[in-house]
Ligand binder design. Structure first.
Ligand code: NAD
Length: 273
């Protein structure tokens, strides 16, 4: 560790992403893991975060209260459940701690808590922290501008069997990107699955298809299908490392004197709009 290392608290440290984050921070000489939190009542509370992550004892037991954890940190990284978001946001606001939020499936109340926090501290919120998906989003935006209303747009995503929200936050973000770039309102034009006598497809709709199976880390395809040709833009994640590395990169970015505000991974990577 150096004296200038970014001090990071991981919320959801016992989860799939949390363990990956603990490992990634442990191997980052510019970052220091200062606290690890999971849900009250979890069997993992009290266990060593390093042992949970499979990297050996690091001397940090998992606690169950975000408030003291973030008080000691420059940045909190939260990959948990939407239910956790308001309490984490309130703790960050009280402590003046920046937030890198990876949790997906937020409802309106949780999203408001994030926006309220971003008035006081810098917050990065991304449905997908991988560099590849951030680039995919920019490419999808360009494709939607060019092809716009002359093609049918379908978004297909696949994830592991444990994922609890659908469509994925990334698929929804890609849908928002297509809708914005082609002057549509996703709430009005999204079709979440089809069954029975659906009638012919209306061009302005954006269709979503969801696959949940096995250990698929995360796959997204945006299909632009016209008459006589189609463009398919696909990203496949083969390891959660990509999300953890991206989130830690966002933590470094947000800790580097960023003004309060709500940012995303395109801001972090400097991919213009
Ligand atoms: P997981 O179920 O393996 O882990 C979630 C962890 O959060 C668990 O250990 C759980 O006990 C803990 N938790 C639940 N409620 C909590 C609370 N109130 N306080 C503290 N901890 C709490 O799930 P996962 O696969 O690690 O995914 C976590 C979230 O991250 C999901 O929303 C998922 O969609 C999202 N995710 C985002 C990205 C991205 O790049 N943005 C990538 C992967 C996963």
């Amino acid at each position: 560790m150096t004296g200038t290392a970014v001090r990071i608290a991981v919320i959801g440290a016992a989860g799939r992403m949390g363990r990956m984050l603990v490992e990634t921070i442990h191997h980052d000489s510019g970052a220091e893991l200062v606290a690890v939190v999971d849900r009250p009542g979890s069997d993992c509370v009290g266990m060593d975060a390093g042992e949970l992550a499979g990297i050996g004892v690091v001397g940090l037991p998992v606690t169950d209260d975000p408030a003291p954890a973030v008080a000691d940190a420059d940045v909190a990284i939260d990959f948990t459940l939407p239910e956790a978001t308001p309490a984490v946001a309130a703790a960050c606001r009280a402590a003046g701690c920046a937030l890198v939020l990876g949790t997906t499936g937020l409802g309106a109340r949780e999203q408001r808590a994030v926006e309220h926090l971003s008035e006081a501290v810098p917050v990065v919120q991304a449905a997908n922290y991988s560099t590849g998906v951030t680039l995919l989003t920019a490419l999808v935006e360009q494709a939607a501008r060019v092809l716009g209303h002359s093609v049918d747009v379908e978004i297909i995503e696949a994830h592991h069997r444990h994922k609890v929200d659908a469509p994925s936050g990334t698929a929804l973000q890609l849908g928002e990107t297509v809708a914005r770039a082609s002057g549509r309102d996703l709430a009005q034009c999204a079709i979440y699955g089809r069954e029975g006598h659906t009638g012919p497809r209306a061009r302005q709709t954006i269709g979503f298809s969801t696959i949940r199976a096995g250990d698929i880390v995360g796959e997204h395809t945006v299909l632009f299908a016209g008459e006589g040709e189609r463009v398919e833009l696909t990203h496949r994640a083969s390891s959660r490392t990509t999300f953890a590395v991206g989130a830690v990169r966002a933590a470094h970015w947000v800790a580097a004197g960023r003004a309060p505000g709500l940012y995303d991974m395109r801001d972090v990577l400097g991919i213009g709009r």
